[in-house]
Ligand binder design. Structure first.
Ligand SMILES: Nc1ncnc2c1ncn2[C@@H]1O[C@H](COP(=O)(O)OP(=O)(O)OP(=O)(O)O)[C@@H](O)[C@H]1O
Ligand SMILES: [Mg+2]
Length: 311
């Protein structure tokens, strides 16, 4: 079983507009779709599609929190969210003919130190009880400690779980100090983390090695359509997806994290682990829905994804 953590979940609202948006005007929304949003929830959807058992945990508050949980249940996802006093945020994505997508991301409500402590000492360990792998994804709401991911990583590792960390900025810098089993930065996140530019494959390898030297077993750098690189105890591997007509690349990183969790749970060897993760991530790019893929796309991509051992 796999547990996914979403500390800063949101009620996502997609506003579909039938004309261009402008400033200072009243705009009527042609169609509004609400969904349970958050990177850890994308991870959970993909784990479920891969056929594995998944539990989602995180923080949910107020009417929005209750709404979020009801949407998760409708999606068939088991959840063990901790109730907090603040209201779960909403994030709005306006889709119009002129600009495509314009997103408004609320910062998230304040989490109190007591709520953080309860999550760390009660909610999180309980959600880990039956899992082998846990994923920690996305941003952290206001009021939570910058080093919350470090403490969650340490807690999970002490309980013998494999941990995948996928976040950015200071949250990533701090979280890495807990030495997760796997980290999956994209190029921008890696550059910000190390304060250096990563241009070539050699740069990428060197940067991944630096993280490995800190004590992180699996370092994966994802490079969008150019594929990914993984440095791990067995060596270094590069995965190259076939050329595709991408439909929606949002959540490709989350899909990759989900597939890594599934592969780790199944004790896959490194080469198959990376091939599976790469193929699932690319299959997500072929689906218009975020955190989704078609089985036939995955089957076809598995045989067309090249994985080579470069060291
Ligand atoms: N256009 C594409 N064509 C083929 N594969 C893709 C494409 N975009 C993404 N992928 C696959 O998805 C993986 C992860 O994508 P990417 O590097 O964009 O992650 P990310 O920036 O973390 O995404 P996010 O955080 O939005 O989920 C890539 O390594 C690749 O295997
Ligand atoms: Mg990402």
């Amino acid at each position: 079983m796999i547990t996914t953590v979403t500390l800063n979940a949101s009620v996502d609202k997609a506003y579909h507009m039938d004309r261009d948006i402008g400033g200072g005007e009243v705009m009527r929304v042609a169609e509004c779709r609400n969904s349970a949003g958050g990177k850890g929830l994308n991870v959970a959807r993909i784990v479920k599609l891969c056929g594995e058992d998944v539990l989602t945990t995180g923080l949910a508050g107020g009417f929005n929190g209750a709404y979020l949980e009801s949407m998760l249940k409708e999606d068939g996802l088991r959840c063990a969210f901790q109730r907090i006093a603040g209201e779960t945020r909403s994030c709005i994505n306006i889709l119009d003919p002129k600009f495509g997508s314009t997103e408004f991301l609320e910062p998230g409500c304040d989490v109190t130190p007591q709520e953080e402590e309860i999550f760390l000492t009660e909610t999180f360990p309980a959600a880990l009880r039956s899992c082998a792998v846990v994923t920690l994804s996305g941003s952290v709401p206001k009021g939570m400690s910058a080093d919350i991911y470090r403490r969650l990583v340490e807690t999970a590792k002490a309980l013998g779980k494999a941990v995948i960390l996928d976040t950015s900025g200071e949250t990533l810098t701090e979280g890495l100090k807990g030495l997760p089993t796997m980290v999956k930065p994209n190029k921008e996140e890696l550059e910000a983390l190390l304060g250096e530019t990563v241009e070539t494959e050699e740069d990428c390898l060197r940067a991944a090695d630096k993280l490995r030297e800190r004590g992180i077993d699996y370092v994966v750098v994802s490079l969008g359509k150019d594929g990914s690189m993984m440095v791990c105890p067995e060596g270094a591997y590069v995965a190259r997806p076939p050329k595709i007509e991408a439909v929606n690349t949002v959540g490709c990183g989350d899909s990759m994290v989900a597939a890594f969790a599934v592969g780790m749970d199944r004790n896959s060897d490194s080469e198959n682990l990376l091939r599976f993760a790469s193929a699932v991530a690319t299959a997500n790019a072929l689906s218009s829905e975020t955190g989704s893929f078609r089985q036939e796309d995955l089957d076809s991509l598995l045989s067309r994804t090249e994985v080579s051992k470069i060291r």
